[in-house]
Design a protein around this ligand. Sequence first.
Ligand code: CS2
Length: 486
Amino acid sequence: MAERLSLATIGSLPAGALRVDPNRLAIGIVHLGVGAFHRAHQAAIVDETIEMTGDERWGISAVTMRSEQVVEQLAPQDGLYSVTERGAGAGPIRVIGAIREVLSAPREPEAVVARLADPAVAVVTLTVTEKGYRRDGRTGGLDLSDPGTVADLGGAAPTTTIGLLVRGLDRRRTTGAGPISVVCCDNLPENGVVVRRLVADFVDALGAADLGEWIASNATFPSTMVDRITPATTADDLADVADGLGLEDRGAVLAEPFRQWVVEDDFAGARPDWERAGVQMVSDVLPWESAKLRLLNATHSLLAYTGLALGIGTIAEAVSVPALRRAAERLQRDEVVPTLIAPEGLDARVYGDTILERFRNPALGHTTRQVGSDGSQKLAPRLADTITGCLAAGRSPRASALAVAGWMLLVATGAPDLSDPLADRLSGVTTGLSTARDVAGALLGQRDVFPPALAVGEFPSLVAEAYDALALADTVVLAAYLDPEP
Ligand code: CS2
């Protein structure tokens, strides 16, 4: 068994794998939600920025919000881990030195609050996934009935993302730690606006007017679009990485070579000179976020759910089935592109094609099950604007309906390992319903999952039609559903 990667063993890394000196970095960023995506995206970009600029203020304090596994992976390695690119254009393996501390929010909330209030910290980034925000699906605001939020509001040691963040902001206020920028990196439209609102809801519920005022003048919430396909690391991947590195790396992540980060340039204090690592700093991120969510993530969900219905294991396999590829193209070209306000200079159709090309990357092994998780949280942000846009323009959103129907099929058949925070309640909603029409109506009527506009008019019958087609798990039937005889 190879020795483990850590500060003590960096001397035996392949030449050039570690590009920054971890020992020299101060902590200037707190990251909440240190999963594989953060490691492959923001942390890797910060590492590269430090390399390019020599600005050593921006080491990361990486906080896990739930899983202790991340601590076991990274703490014995002094925060070091590697990123391996897979697919055409892959660069050499890189060891990331930017993570300088690993904290566990459930175990040491006070240490996290103290770090959030560190005057040297000027940026907080977040990847806690859609469900980590504990929103009320009906209003988009904070779900004030969520037990974790209720406990945090009551003054318990904070366990929720927003509770923890607000505690940290309050500590900054009382200690005069200075301004801070809160940078959401989750796949939600206008993600900065969302987090600002959730923070405001929490502060309102506390009745803390002083804190609200302090936040309004000392904190900003830039929106961002983040993109890099990062499948969960497997045991085989770990063995490959150990071979390449000559050291065991239990925190290793694998990703496609492509990556993109578009950030609204609205910072309250200092920030890394991210431009130097290719980050796009812009005044309006919304068109970038919408294009990415509606073209990439929505198509991902469509391929995941139709793929799962056909028993297909990976996104790369799904996109090479002609009927599913047709569905993906139809979603992009006939439903998203005509209803999207694309960022200036971006040809949305070409962008869609490059996304499908990325999905075809056979080296990623990105599973349909991983992308299909948490559908109740993902579908509306990815598809609702496309569906309502098509309906308003007299277009029939057949491919969008297929994505929704694919998720419903999983819910209604009680797919045993479907990971979704609402799985139990939603499969209960469909118990005893015998027709696709009933299932579609019952699930589209869930106000915390879908907006009301999807439960009326043509859409429920389209979803029912898609559901029946998909339930047969026959690509000929699917093709006929997508392109019905006039
Ligand atoms: C995927 C995303 O799992 C999912 O829901 O659609 O994680 C996707 O891979 C990333 O957003 C790509 O940037």
